[in-house]
Ligand binder design. Structure first.
Ligand code: KG4
Ligand code: ZN
Length: 348
């Protein structure tokens, strides 16, 4: 690309964060705003799709205006409009994607329909200029739990995925069982600090199995049984759950590393990457394996629009853009060629 950096407007609305960001191809986050819907969903203990879609529809336009104002820019100054086009809750995705299409049409600038998972997968490169391809990525969020070999922009080889729950989902369900409220991850992590990780015997599903896939449904059920037994302190259950999760991650990553050979860097992304116990264990694994460990800042780990704009920044110089009739996709695997995990449900 030329010497002048390009600037991309990014929109994220696939779950419960409405987010808008302006990011330049030189890795500058020019402006960004994020509005969480935590309060709206808290009474239900999880994200309610209809409530989420309505909240995105109410908030997005004023946020777009605010971000442009923060940056002191007009639509004509922007080089492309990027929006999450899936996977995610379809109502919310459509609010963001349709808005992006309208902006692209009004400005005559290209539309980039971004896979939310690609946003997470490339986000570490926004924060870390030195991170080149390939890298081994652990993508752990509320909706996804995958090990990917990121070979380049648009080149993602999925080595492992979950056959039931995502890890963030397991954290959220554990929090619900323990009466800690929503979102559960940070609450479980906080309580776990006061507990003994060896106190409650919990399973490590799929540990030692041949393919580097995950399973967390059985762990969640074991947590429920531990609570119902009345024999354990809540903090010990939280700490033991977190330790079981860490053990599963490390075992599965070791398996994936065996399958893909030498990788220069181990990278973590997605909301669960905010967990310090998990970060610590991954850092240790990377050290043992002689790999660099890269974890983006916390604000880039949970859902945000800077990662969507950045995915646009990665794709734009490659001459890529998407048509205005691009369909919103509730399911959209990053690696369509990946073999289905045995016992896998419908998750992408
Ligand atoms: O990436 P993200 O913001 O949204 C999805 O695309 O799913 O991830 C949200 C998930 C939630 O399940 C939340 O409980 C989890 O990330 N999470 C955590 C922590 N912070 C957020 N899980 C464990 N420990 C944390 N500190
Ligand atoms: Zn996400």
């Amino acid at each position: 690309m030329g010497s002048e950096p390009h600037i991309v407007l990014g929109i994220e609305s696939s779950c419960d964060e409405t987010a808008v960001a302006l990011v330049r191809t030189d890795r500058t986050i020019v402006a960004q705003r994020i509005a969480s819907q935590e309060k709206e969903h808290a009474p239900y203990g999880g994200v309610v799709p209809e409530i989420a879609a309505r909240a995105h529809a109410e908030r997005l336009a004023p946020m777009l205006e605010a971000v442009m104002q923060d940056a002191g820019l007009r639509l004509s100054d922007v080089d492309a409009i990027a929006a999450t086009a899936g996977p995610g809750l379809i109502g919310g995705v459509m609010v963001g994607l349709v808005s992006a299409k309208a902006l692209a049409m009004a400005s005559g600038k290209p539309l980039l329909a971004i896979n939310h998972l690609e946003g997470h997968a490339l986000s570490p490169r926004l924060a870390d200029e030195a991170l080149g391809f390939p890298y081994l990525l652990l993508l752990v969020s509320g909706g996804h739990c995958q090990i990917l070999c990121v070979e380049g922009v648009g080149r993602y080889r999925r080595l492992g995925t979950t056959i039931d729950d995502a890890l963030g989902e397991a954290f959220d369900k554990t929090a619900k069982i323990l009466g800690l409220g929503y979102p559960g991850g940070p609450a479980v992590e906080k309580l776990a600090r006061e507990g003994d990780p060896g106190a409650v015997p919990l399973p490590r599903p799929l540990k030692g199995s041949a393919e580097p896939h995950f399973s967390f449904a059985g762990l969640k059920s074991a947590v429920l049984r531990a609570v119902e037994s009345g024999e354990h302190r809540a903090a010990d259950i939280a700490a033991s759950f977190q330790q079981a999760a860490v053990d599963c991650l490390i075992d599965r990553l070791n398996k994936a590393l065996g399958a893909c050979g030498t990788m220069p860097a181990l990278v973590v992304a997605g909301g669960v990457a905010a967990n310090m116990a998990i970060r610590g264990a991954l850092e240790e694994l990377a050290l043992q394996r002689g790999m660099r460990f890269v974890a983006p800042p916390l604000a880039l780990c949970t859902d945000n629009a800077a990662m969507i704009a950045w995915a646009g920044c990665e794709r734009l110089p490659l001459g890529q853009s998407d048509p205005l009739d691009f369909k919103a996709r509730p399911r959209w695997p990053l690696d369509p060629d990946a073999e289905k995990a045995r016992g896998a449900g419908v998750k992408a």
